[in-house]
Design a protein around this ligand. Sequence first.
Ligand code: NAD
Length: 467
Amino acid sequence: MMESFHLVIDGKLVAGAQSMPVINPATEVSIADCPRADEAQLQAAVAAAKAAFPGWAASPIDERRAALVKVADEMEARLEELARLLTAEQGKPLPKAMEEIGGSAFILRALASLDLPEKVVQEDEGGRFVEQRYPLGVVAAITPWNFPISLLMVKAPPALLAGNTVVAKPAPTTPLTSLRIAEIFNRHLPAGVFNMIVDGNDLGGILTAHPDVAKVSFTGSTATGRKVMASVSSLLKRITLELGGNDAAIVLDDVDPKATAKSLFEGAMVNSGQVCLAIKRAYVHDSQYDAICDELAELAGLAVVDEGTQQGAQYGPLQNKAQYDKVRQMIEEAGERGTVIGGETLDRPGYFIRPAIVRDIDDDAAIVREEQFGPVLPVLRYTDLDDAIARANDTDQGLGGTVWGSDKARALAVASRLQTGMVWINSHMNINPFIPMGGAKQSGMGQELGQSGLEEFTQRRLVFVPA
Ligand code: NAD
């Protein structure tokens, strides 16, 4: 068992009203008793954030920036300790956990460097219109279990830089590293500015509907995103929703099959497929189909799936039992409609599933139509490019997508027809803290990262100043 963890409420580290076990998904053994808040503690966290808001909002932005930089400094100084904790609760290989913590500190620094200057929008002999940005109040930041820290870092730092205060709530199966990071925020910010509670999947709705929460920044599934949207509607709160994806890769007829298969495999299996922007369907031209499927099958066979602390582990377990059961069932059903290569479970404790390639399957199969969020890639054949684009767009999701081809102009023409928020050509998940990202259709609403991500935590005010 690990040392103790606390909720962070009003500048204090407090015990939970209850506690709950956190399971290491590689061993199925509990690694810590995690504090779990009750509704009174949620109320206390929101009240603390509300009380801290006027002072924090009035402080100079450079002071807020300096405090955030100190958080990044401490995260970097404690990189290995935080990464080990992340691997223990999330399952990802330790080098990937180090990347997540180091990358999160990098994102924090980058976002803390942004600014919200007044802008003159129009000026003539009559006067000028000045655009100002001011903070909204208490922000609820709700995160899922696949990238618990990176996804917290695209929310809390811009919310705080803009002058808001925060009540954060991590996913119940990955709360521990988030609680350590909350302690770090708390150490460098005034009491009540950053609060974190943990629940058992029972307090999210109360938090989003709370009348003193002005804005909800939510990352999670589309199903929960709909509930969040409903819960904020009566008060017309501001929301940012980063939801599920079913990202298609379109592979043109002029690719190098070996290199492309390698990139597709990495894009699909990264974090054991538990990535909103993972490649979740590949449409491959008939002339390349068998070669690409064979390469993918070989890579699936070679993949090293193991506990994240083991040297050489490339892929860890699925993060929790519910997700493991869901993905196993999807793979089983896929085997009834197509050919599955790989996808075996490991004969030992832990939620391990080996990478699976599914070929010769129809577009209506659940493994193609629904987000798997696991190490599975269905590969679909096409002969007509217009048809492939139509099939890629035939979904109510629209997060990202990729196009693979030697002729970049042709690849760009294809990318320009995909109904998504982001598309990468011959690369995948090229994410930059200064480039905003967000989903189309039911993959979300609003943007995170970059200047627009920061501005989503503000209200725009236009002031007319006469000449
Ligand atoms: P989830 O929707 O089950 O849970 C996400 C968070 O919402 C958790 O903290 C959960 O406790 C909380 N929650 C549960 N019920 C709530 C309610 N009624 N109101 C408010 N909050 C509530 O999602 P998950 O299974 O943890 O995460 C996987 C999903 O997240 C996938 O669909 C994935 O695509 C998506 N995701 C999207 C992005 C993106 O940037 N678009 C990034 C990562 C993950």
